[in-house]
Write a protein that binds this ligand. Structure first.
Ligand SMILES: *Cc1c(COP(=O)(O)O)cnc(C)c1O
Length: 703
């Protein structure tokens, strides 16, 4: 339909627009940008909107550009060839019997805003890697018309939240219909209403992502609201969302004729799927509820991402029966029996149902997302296996990884394409692939780094000027942001992540004297910060306000700091490519994995991080900098000790190394470190290695 509205020769663009694989390649993105670079930017890299909103004259010009059209047709052929390759993982997984990956959020690309942060981006990276590597998988989630919140910071540093409506027909999604063009739907009863859900399909290369959407005329306003916003703050609406994801997710697959060999519950949100699968077995009349749950268990695997008990959501019996009154009867269980499946202590009537506990009790396999997190999770859930020592608790780990084609910026990719050999990207998880990194001439790597930093500085200047204008700052201050703000040559330190208290952004400014000292030293340094505090996290918001003010606490520093509002995939892409040093200061062991540091590493950034999450297994003493995670008498003492170590590292190691240049201006020692970081960590923290771990260790059925 989109093609029918375009000049004929642009039909190929309408087809490419709906394949996300087109957008994890620089040549695909460039094709769309060339149609109208201004609209491409203003519509947030959304190809459907680009084709709908580009002025007619511009479209005609593109249609007459035969070279552009030919390149698009060549890309379409190439993608078709790639999608037609045989699936590489044998065994019980096939396109009819794939892994079904259930997750509350998916971060595929900036044009599909149904993610909030790390969890969703990881889910997106896994689907993309499944497509690249040929593992049969489908993603199952929800379509949130208003997505996650957007952030605005006012003149006093206070965070405000707002939501933008994104109608699904304006994003690269196709409604799943029958032969007559009528939407196929499923129903899930919540709060006494049979909520009707339509299904959107995102084509993620040869992987499909199906998103359930309650915005149907048959539903009440409240029913329709259920899928309006990601992580809606009302607890009952959220529980209803999880019911749609878990129960609806299974019904969706039945409707589409997909019989998953494995259902991968990614974080506890989707864990109600176990009850729906059991209900199906019981309904067939062959199994008792107990036997049904045992059968279901053989198909469920669970990944936990949350190392704090409070982060694992629980619901009281009252809440559960208000939202899902018929749940026990469907499965053939007594209410208390059902609740016990989600309780740490069976029979404790006061204990609520925990979604993670439910997933742990109903899955055949469970894993954390880094080696350290596996250990933390075993300790945290040990009570579920009271007869076992913590080390014997059956929770393993698969360390996260990031999708290399998505996260490696073009300048870096060009250098590695030249030195790592043909198709190196398909062998990115092999350490041997990365050995030639040492042969790259220092100048070439440095030039790529310089180019990426300069691009990021341009982006940040423009964004912070726009942000400042919109919040009504003094024009004099705004002009600083436009011209003198940030230098393409300065050592650029990045800190971008969810601004939860445990991420400790405040460490940066906890010693104002020392902070000013290095910020105002002879060697130019600049700091770029970005991140959102959860709307209900008052403590996080307060810290944000304070830190934002202190970061630019003197006029002399203001032009060397930037806070980029509204952290999202677009911002993350720029910052992980442009920053020289990536900071992560979690309060251990609260960083389950962390993935932004991996993205920075792939772009030749160096990590300076607390030895928590992925960095605890990545840091070898010679590929970045680590702040030890040893215990402290109190959190306050830990904070001041870690701040001290942070400043020591920046002053004594980072700055001298970065500014130690030879006669041609290249920091040889720095580049050596960048090479060590790429060589040691490139193969270990790419999504290919992660997917392979799942395919070998988690997905195969138990013998
Ligand atoms: C990678 C990413 C994250 C997760 O990064 P952490 O290191 O886990 O904080 C969050 N948000 C976005 C947009 C990302 O791209």
């Amino acid at each position: 339909m989109l093609a029918a509205r375009l000049p004929e020769s642009l039909g190929v663009f309408a087809r490419l627009a709906y394949d996300f694989a087109c957008f994890w390649r620089p040549d695909g993105r460039r094709l769309f940008a060339e149609i109208d670079s201004h609209t491409w930017k203003t519509c947030g890299h959304n190809p459907v909107r680009l084709l709908a909103e580009t002025p007619g004259s511009q479209l005609v010009r593109a249609a007459e550009n035969s070279e552009l059209v030919e390149r698009a047709e060549a890309l379409e052929r190439r993608l078709e060839e790639e999608h037609a390759r045989p699936f590489a993982y044998d065994g019980s997984l096939t396109p009819r019997n794939p892994v079904a990956f259930l997750c509350a959020e998916f971060g595929i690309y900036q044009s599909l805003p149904v993610y909030s942060g790390g969890l969703g981006v990881l889910a997106g990276d896994l689907l993309k890697e499944a497509s690249d590597s040929g593992l049969p998988m489908v993603g199952v989630g929800l379509y949130y018309r208003q997505g996650y919140f957007h952030q605005r910071i006012d003149r006093t540093g206070l965070q405000h939240e707002y939501w933008i409506d994104t109608p699904p027909h304006l994003v690269p999604l196709a409604l799943v219909t029958d032969d007559w063009g009528i939407a196929r739907t499923i129903r899930v009863p919540v709060r006494g209403e049979e909520v009707v859900l339509q299904i959107w399909r995102a084509k993620v290369g040869r992987t499909s992502l199906y998103l359930l959407d309650a915005d149907r005329p048959e539903n009440s306003l409240l029913g329709r609201w259920t899928t309006a916003r990601l992580y809606e703050s009302d607890r009952e609406v959220r529980l209803a969302q999880y019911a749609l994801l878990g129960i609806g997710g299974v019904r969706l697959m039945r409707e589409l004729g997909i019989d998953p060999a494995v259902i991968h519950i990614n974080e506890g949100h989707g864990s109600l799927a176990a009850f729906e699968l059991a209900r199906e077995e019981v309904e067939k009349g062959r199994l008792t509820p107990r036997a049904a749950l045992a059968a279901v268990r053989e198909r469920l695997v669970f990944t936990t991402h949350t190392p704090v008990p409070a982060g694992n959501e629980t619901y009281s019996a009252e809440e559960l029966w208000r939202v899902l009154p018929d749940l026990p009867e469907g499965v053939g269980l007594e209410r208390e029996e059902l609740l016990d499946l989600g309780r740490i202590h069976k029979g404790d009537h006061g204990e609520p149902l925990g979604l993670s506990v439910l997933a742990l009790r109903t899955s055949r396999s469970a894993n954390g997302v880094s080696r350290l997190h596996g250990e933390v999770a075993r300790g945290m859930w040990q009570e579920l296996w009271p007869e076992r020592d913590p080390a014997e608790v059956p929770i393993s780990h698969v360390t996260n990884g990031v999708h290399l084609p998505t996260w490696m910026a073009p300048p870096m990719r060009r250098v590695l394409d030249e030195y790592l050999g043909e198709n190196w990207i398909h062998r990115a998880d092999d350490p041997d692939t990365w050995i030639p990194v040492d042969k790259i001439p220092d100048e070439e790597l440095w030039n790529a780094r310089q180019a990426m930093r300069a691009q990021a500085v341009r982006f940040i200047r423009e964004r912070s000027m726009t942000d400042a204008l919109e919040r009504g700052e003094d024009l004099a201050r705004i002009e600083v942001r436009g011209g003198g703000m940030l230098s393409p040559e300065a050592l650029t330190i990045g800190f971008a992540r969810r601004l939860a208290t445990y991420k400790r952004m405040h460490l940066l400014t906890s010693d104002p004297g020392r902070y000013s000292n290095f910020m105002l030293g002879d060697d130019p340094v600049q700091i770029v910060v970005s991140g959102k505090a959860h709307p209900l996290d008052d403590e996080g918001k307060r810290l944000l306000t304070g830190a934002a003010a202190r970061l630019e606490n003197a006029d002399a520093i203001r032009h060397r700091t930037a806070f980029v509002e509204d952290y999202d995939l677009a911002v993350a892409t720029r910052l992980v490519a442009g920053c020289d040093v990536w900071l992560n200061l979690p309060r251990p062991p609260l960083e389950a994995s962390g993935t932004s540091g991996m993205k920075s590493m792939l772009n030749g950034g160096l990590n300076l991080s607390v030895l928590d999450g992925w960095w605890a297994e990545a840091f070898d003493g010679s590929n970045g900098w680590g702040i030890p995670a040893d215990p402290a008498p109190s959190e306050a003492e830990r904070d001041s000790r870690d701040a001290y170590r942070l400043f020591d590292l920046i002053e004594n190691e980072v700055l001298p190394l970065f500014f130690d240049r030879d006669s041609s201006g290249v920091p040889r020692g720095w580049i050596q470190l960048v090479k060590a970081s790429l060589r040691t960590n490139g193969p270990r923290f790419c999504a290919k290695r992660m997917l392979d771990d799942y395919a070998r260790q988690v997905y195969p059925p138990n013998d």
